[in-house]
Design a protein around this ligand. Sequence first.
Ligand code: BEZ
Ligand code: FE
Length: 297
Amino acid sequence: MEAHEKGFFTEEDSVAVVTGRNENAKDERLKQVMEVITRKLHEAVKEIEPTQDEWMQAILFLTRTGQMCNEWRQEFILLSDVLGVSMLVDAINNRKPSGASESTVLGPFHVADAPELPMGTNICLDQKGEDMVIEGRIVDTDGRPIANALLDVWQANDEGFYDVQQKGIQPDFNLRGVFRTGPDGRYWFRAVKPKYYPIPDDGPVGKLLKALGRHPNRPAHLHYIIKADGFETLTTHIFDPDDPYINSDAVFGVKKSLLAEFRRIDDPDRARAYDFDGDFWHVQYDFVLARLGEKRG
Ligand code: BEZ
Ligand code: FE
């Protein structure tokens, strides 16, 4: 037996025996990660004391989670989302300087090749939903406008589906677009008021939520990725604070600073100027980007 080998497996020495066996791993990071995971996992198993049948249920749950994955569906990411792990990884990797806009989960429905559109374009192509205009500025942490910033936006339609979930039903690139700021850092576009929708819940993760007495809904939001040279890319959402699920997002993505104000506007002249038929919603929200390497506060 080599020095790092800890003898035969026992309940008491389980962690030392297993992690000792990994001593020759060449990748130090892998060794560290496996040490922590083994320690925490054994601790959980010792506390839970699962029956053989319960352990098999856990194995079958993970098996079904893998079997649910395909080119369009990543059930393991969904699992990470509903366990709060995606938000935790996001928080750890996106600590921002004070004043910078906060990030939140990317989600599975971003597409990389959405068209760049003239400022003010109406990105709603299926004529469903309540008209909305969204405007604001993209600025640095000193409040200076950022020119040439790219704002990539996407949202679900009035029935709670993204275009990629309804290929052939919704027009391609419905409710998506990329806008480039000018020297004033301003952006504006037209869309429809988002609604809450369920995350895909017809698989093992949906079943787990049901068993836990949880709903699968995400409160109404718009997604953004904002990029500009010399600045950290911001992946975030803005949320409707009046949404019924604002305090119980299935994936824990809501942050106080990301609550926007959705104001109902009853003003025929303004509606006409935006080419809307009647009342519409107005949202004003500024994004603050952190400079690359800017000190976190
Ligand atoms: C989304 O907001 O698009 C989303 C995020 C996490 C899981 C499913 C959907
Ligand atoms: Fe979403």
